[in-house]
Design a binder for this molecule. Structure first.
Ligand code: FES
Length: 139
């Protein structure tokens, strides 16, 4: 095997390995994705330090598999934190005003609807109710 042939074969091998790992990580197996929380009913106290991020618009926290974001002074959004594409944890992008999955770039509105994929299904949405400092999240 001469040098040129060696380089060509090494390049083909590297391309094969890269393609294989990409196909494995890019394929979607919905059975591996945790399901959205069901029968949800809990309350959080916004005055507690662990929920301080929710004291102002744009902040968000995770609780019981749910991302809870303060959209503005008077409204919250509570969605399953698990991206419906491949199960990554979504974030709230306050500047953009939507929920964002950092793994492949899906975006969701504050009702959980897909703005853009690759996710093809919405995030489960939960109800919220604020009474003083007590925020209830429920199905
Ligand atoms: S896991 Fe792929 S976009 Fe969220």
């Amino acid at each position: 095997m001469d040098r040129k042939e060696f380089i060509l074969k090494a390049g083909q091998g590297a391309a094969f390995l890269f393609l294989g790992s990409c196909l494995q990580s890019c394929s979607s197996n919905s059975s591996d994705i945790p399901t959205a929380p069901q029968n949800v009913n809990f309350t959080i106290d916004l005055s507690k330090p662990e929920f301080a991020a929710l004291q102002g618009p744009g902040g968000y926290v995770y609780q019981n598999g749910i991302i809870i974001a303060r959209i503005n002074e008077s409204s919250f959004s509570a969605l399953s934190q698990t991206c419906t594409h491949q199960g990554a944890t979504v974030q709230f992008d306050a500047a953009a005003g939507h929920f964002h999955c950092p793994r492949h770039g899906s975006n969701f509105d504050d009702s959980g609807n897909v703005i853009n994929g690759p996710a093809g299904s919405p995030l489960q949405k939960y109800n919220t109710s604020l009474d003083g400092n007590m925020l209830r999240i429920f199905s």
